[in-house]
Design a protein. Structure first.
Length: 370
């Protein structure tokens, strides 16, 4: 996740993108409200892991993260295409590596070392660490048959693998389409919508066959591509985006109410099949609200924006901190341990961002797209 657990917009409007200017109508720039969206996403995951609330919040938070990642990455790639006439794949990969690898690699090594020294299964942890470091942790059960899930403290890294695999493929696909035609919008939108439909259908087929693989990249591609589709429509100056932005505030509230209201009626597998795309659509609505003219105050609330800024570190850190608190303080109540883990995680994430991540963020400027 640019900072870390999902329907297509009408094809008619997508086709109309060929009739609008191909220049950027609004450069995205820095928007604090997008950090607010990150804050909501990461707190949904952290709240679910530490306190069990909101129910299945990890699934919803990850869905929001995927939509946001697809939106931001596609926007930046399109801006680079229009400003320079191409995409520097090398610079793109370098920017992603400098943002994602330092925290993920250091976190993996520390978690693995501490766990092994504390008596954890050395073989399981080493295999898990290799999978995480190679960004194939979401396929761990296929690579290392018989070992089940990733080792404790590393299990949540599967989402980072999904995003990294998307980052490896999407800029190459976008550049290939851009170079083939000066009117690249139509085939790009077609590919995006096709990917969304394929992801939804694949998930349905897997669930129907009893082979749900909910951590695999293809079963989450609809969320990533819904964000990418929104970026394409916004970039092209689609009138539909402006109309939806005005309507999405009310729609978002109603949609969240519907999702929360149905949470207790279906188990996780059913929710993943029936409602994951709905979660992604809510993520799109949230982005529309954040990018609109009337931004809700909550999305620019200082503490939430701050949490959003160090959300990547918080996502990586919070789960092993919770496991450590449970191991060191087993006699404390569930909620007490959760509060302690939350406070420690917030402190460590802030320190990581300020004294570690910012250094690599500054290095990213050497590989600027423009």
């Amino acid at each position: 996740m640019e900072q870390q657990k999902e329907h297509a917009l009408p094809a008619g409007d997508a086709a109309a993108m060929d009739t609008v200017p191909t220049v950027v109508t609004r450069k995205l720039g820095y928007k604090p409200q997008l950090d607010g969206v990150r804050g909501i996403a990461v707190l949904s995951v952290v709240g679910y892991h530490l306190f069990g609330f909101p129910r299945h919040g990890g699934l919803y938070g990850v869905g929001f993260f995927f939509v946001l990642s697809g939106f931001l990455i596609t926007t930046l790639l399109l801006e680079e295409c229009e400003s320079s006439g191409t995409i520097s794949i090398r610079k793109f990969y370098m920017r992603r590596a400098l943002r994602l690898l330092p925290v993920a690699y250091v976190g993996t090594v520390v978690i693995t070392a501490v766990s092994i020294l504390s008596g954890g299964d050395q073989g399981h942890y080493l295999r898990s660490a290799i999978s995480v470091l190679l960004y194939i942790g979401n396929y761990f059960t296929l690579v290392f048959r018989g070992y089940g899930d990733l080792a404790p403290g590393l299990g949540h890294f599967w989402t980072l693998a999904v995003e990294e695999q998307f980052y490896l493929v999407w800029p190459v696909a976008l550049l290939a389409i851009y170079q083939r035609s000066s009117h690249y919008q139509r085939p790009l939108v077609g590919l995006t919508i096709g990917g969304i439909v394929a992801g939804v259908l694949l998930r349905a087929v897997l669930i129907a066959s009893g082979k749900t693989v909910w951590a695999f990249t293809p079963t989450h591609i609809d969320a990533l591509l819904l964000g990418a589709l929104l970026a394409q429509m916004r970039f092209g100056g689609s009138r539909l985006v402006a109309h939806l932005a005005r309507l999405s505030g009310t729609g978002l509230l109603l949609g969240i109410s519907a999702v929360v209201g149905l949470s207790n009626r279906f188990d996780l597998e059913a929710q993943f099949g029936m409602r994951y795309t709905m979660v992604a659509v809510l993520g799109v609505a949230l982005l529309l609200v954040a990018d609109g003219d009337r931004v809700p105050t909550v999305l620019t609330f200082g503490p939430l924006v701050r949490v959003g800024r160090f959300s990547y570190g918080l996502y990586v850190i919070h789960w092993p901190v919770w496991l450590a608190a449970s191991h060191i303080l087993p006699t404390l109540g569930y909620w007490t341990r959760g509060v302690i883990a939350l406070v420690v995680s917030l402190m460590l994430s802030e320190l990581s961002f300020r004294w570690f991540e910012l250094y690599f963020l500054q290095l990213k400027r050497r590989f600027s797209a423009v």
